[in-house]
Design a protein around this ligand. Structure first.
Ligand code: BGC
Length: 724
């Protein structure tokens, strides 16, 4: 060991090889098996009727999802370390996605903060709680690019843009892992779901995917590439197929792209039973075929399913050549266990008093900050912020509920969440309240009560949306609007002729079009976690200024889905909807093409003006461009602007998106002050997979644009670049 008590790479390499030389085939295959234990000791979908302790003792289990109980973790780890022949410790993996016990906003909301430093800080808090409660690796970040809000898992994703997603991927991986994921305060990070799972056809969960290689490389692979560069220790394969082959057995993607091109040296894990789903895809004849194909594709750990455990020993006798593949997979798993410090400190993440590391004041502080920076203001005619002397009537199914954690909430509990009512009542002593409606059913009595309460108020604050378990895994929906019951309530309340502010809770962009005519202001709160009510109270009262932007386009209508800002051009663009000759253009005859709210959109209480735009090539000499401008906060309130730099390529060998986000910065500007902003654009920022499939700038012209959001550019400058 080196002086700082850490093993060097060479030492790990030698130890792992020594260990492998002592292992039986069953012990090797054991390292490639991961089961789940959700509750009691010896319970869970373990290897058929064998009980867990026997499996561990015999060295036939390497890792597990769970346990959620530290006493169980300790018992199991003891068996592995003290009773198995080689004493190889178990690795505990958990889905700690947007919070362990302290609940943070859902990931799509956090992306919309456009604040990578704060996301990293949040990831560090999350890792601290996770590592102190037994987790070694978190199955996060989820890096699926999404374009279809019907798909329930958009809630876990970093959004629709590959650049924003890549920036967030870096924050998550670095925050989770720190500079040393074995230090007891951090965890290993598993980027998932590799790859293109978010492109499930029609937004239907687990549905098939089909796309060009160019699309895959330009859009869907980008955040994974960044996660690998940031040092993610694991990658989980997705359930879907790519180009006809399930990713779990897709050698082109797992071996050629992930390992050879991207340089990933870590461990791959299948998603839950996705190995044996080859049988349903009909690309494998039987489980033996499954084991052969997945191993050949360099899939290391099989999660839940048991084709490896059952058939790899037999296969290795029939085809001695695959012993090498098994050894390579085992080498990667054991190397990770060393890197996580498991051989040296197998019990270091297991604390009997783990709960004392949860919900610490500094954790809640970061969670609140993150929640504040995740709330998007979509509309405001001046009714917000609301003075504390005003009488607010808080109405709606989300007014007092604490079901605010969001899907994949880790160990976070609803009972720790501050409801909207509890948060607001601290600041507004005259707060009135009535539910007015359930989530889905119209109740005349409830409406009548709400009308009476609202009639006594100065402002009506609506808390609406869909339940936290209407998004997340296996929660695709064909109708993604606000329910009829809630719209009915809003219409009734509108008759009172009072200012109305709506706060919407949801894990996905909802179609808000029917609501807009009735409200004076609209806040999108997603699911904000433990600090929900406190964060909303600060925004509504004006103590804090909204600063989030949309990480995903909000459709005007369901018929527009999939809809996203960085779409390709068409040969028949719609320039002027009113032009009589424009019938044969790319459009709908019943609605406009534009979304309700585009990517990058979000309002502030402050007003900003931009000027002195300049693009110069000389500062970075031959490396790229410096783009600079000034922003002035013209208002009386300090606030943040998310400045966004897009490019548009002209005359490239292949058609490219109409706009591509290349840089952004969140800048806090004091009232009436001006800030100078500059971006360095490298030539690499202009690269794209052209024709043939080469990543190049080509000799092309480009617009460099500064946008308020993806659909409103305020500065544009054309430049020429020669092929590089
Ligand atoms: C999900 C993964 C998750 C895994 C383990 C699967 O159903 O797709 O995202 O990490 O379960 O819990």
């Amino acid at each position: 060991m080196s002086q700082d008590n850490k093993r060097t790479k060479k030492e790990i390499h030698d130890q792992v090889n020594l260990l492998i030389s002592k292992m039986t085939i069953e012990e090797k295959v054991g390292q490639l098996y991961q089961t789940a234990i959700m509750g009691e000791f010896d319970y869970g979908p373990a290897f058929e009727k064998n009980n867990l302790s026997v499996l561990i003792k015999e060295g036939r289990l390497g890792s597990m999802v769970g346990p959620y109980d530290n006493k169980v973790s300790e018992k199991l780890q003891k068996i592995a370390v003290e009773q198995s022949r080689l004493g190889i410790p178990l690795m505990f993996c958990n889905d700690i996605i947007h919070g362990c016990r302290t609940g943070f906003p859902v990931n799509l909301a956090m992306s919309g903060s456009f604040n990578p430093e704060l996301v990293k800080e949040s990831a560090e808090v999350i890792a601290f709680e996770a590592s102190h409660s037994g987790t070694h690796v978190t199955f996060a970040p989820m890096l699926d690019i999404v374009r279809d809000p019907r798909w329930g898992r958009v809630v876990e994703s970093p959004g629709e843009d590959p650049y924003l997603a890549s920036v967030m991927a870096k924050s998550w991986v670095e925050g989770f892992q720190g500079s040393d994921c074995s230090d007891g305060n951090h965890v290993g990070s598993c980027a998932k779901h590799f790859v293109a799972y978010g492109a499930a056809e029609a937004g239907r969960e687990y549905n098939t995917v089909d796309m060009s290689e160019r699309m895959l490389r330009q859009i869907y692979l980008k955040p994974f590439h960044q996660a690998v560069q940031s040092g993610a220790k694991m990658v989980m394969s997705a359930f879907n197929v790519y180009d006809g082959i399930p990713i779990t057995s897709n050698k082109f993607l797992l071996k050629n792209v992930l390992r050879d091109e991207m340089g990933f040296k870590g461990v791959t894990v299948s998603d839950y039973t996705s190995t044996e789903e080859l049988l349903n895809h009909k690309t494998a004849r039987d489980k033996k075929d499954v084991a052969f194909k997945c191993l050949d594709a360099t899939m290391d750990i099989e999660l839940i399913a048991t084709s490896y455990s059952k058939y790899l020993p037999e296969l290795s006798k029939e085809y001695p050549s695959i012993q090498k593949s098994i050894d390579e997979a085992v080498y990667r798993v054991l190397t990770l266990k060393y890197e996580l410090g498991l051989f040296d400190r197998p019990y270091s993440n297991i604390h009997p008093d783990f709960e004392k590391y949860f919900l610490l004041p500094n954790h809640l502080e970061v969670a609140k900050k993150m929640a504040i920076e995740s709330i998007v203001m979509l509309e405001n005619n001046g009714v917000l912020p609301i003075e504390k002397t005003k009488n607010i009537a808080l109405i709606g199914p989300f007014s007092t509920t604490n079901r605010l954690v969001g899907p994949w909430g880790g160990k976070a509990r609803n009972e720790d969440c501050i409801s909207v009512y509890d948060g607001l009542s601290k600041l507004y002593p005259n707060l009135l309240n009535a539910e007015g409606s359930t989530l889905k059913t119209i109740d005349e009595n409830m409406i009548n009560e709400a009308m009476i309460v609202a009639s006594k108020s100065d402002v009506i604050l609506l808390a609406l949306g869909e339940d936290q378990y209407e998004s997340g895994e296996a929660n695709s929906k064909s109708f993604i609007g606000i329910s009829d019951a809630q719209i009915e309530l809003v219409k009734k309340l509108h008759e009172l002729n009072k200012p109305m502010v709506a706060v919407i809770f949801s894990g996905r962009p909802l179609i808000l079009t029917p609501l807009i005519p009735y409200v004076d202001a609209l806040l999108y709160a997603w699911f904000l976690g433990t600090e929900t009510g406190n964060a909303l109270a600060d925004i509504i009262s004006g103590k804090e200024n909204p600063s989030a932007r949309l990480a995903m386009t909000f459709p005007y209508s369901q018929g527009q889905i999939p809809i996203y800002y960085n779409h390709m051009r068409t040969g028949r663009p719609l320039d002027d909807i009113n032009h009589p000759k424009n019938h044969y253009t790319s459009r709908y005859i019943d609605i406009k093409n534009q979304p309700l709210y585009p990517f990058g959109y979000g309002l502030s209480y402050s007003q900003f003006t931009y000027d002195h735009f300049n693009v110069s090539q000389d500062i970075l000499e031959d490396q790229g461009f410096e783009v600079s401008f000034e922003i002035t906060n013209q208002s009386d309130q300090d606030g943040a602007e998310v400045v966004q730099l897009y490019i548009e390529a002209l005359y490239f060998s292949v058609t490219r998106p109409v706009n591509e986000l290349k840089k952004f910065k969140k800048i806090w500007i004091r009232a009436h002050e001006t800030e100078h902003v500059s971006f360095n654009l490298n030539f690499d920022d202009f690269r794209y997979y052209g024709y043939p499939m080469v990543n190049t700038t080509e000799s092309a012209e480009y617009y460099i644009k500064i946008g308020l959001h993806a659909e409103k550019m305020i500065f544009t400058k054309k430049i020429q670049i020669n092929e590089r």
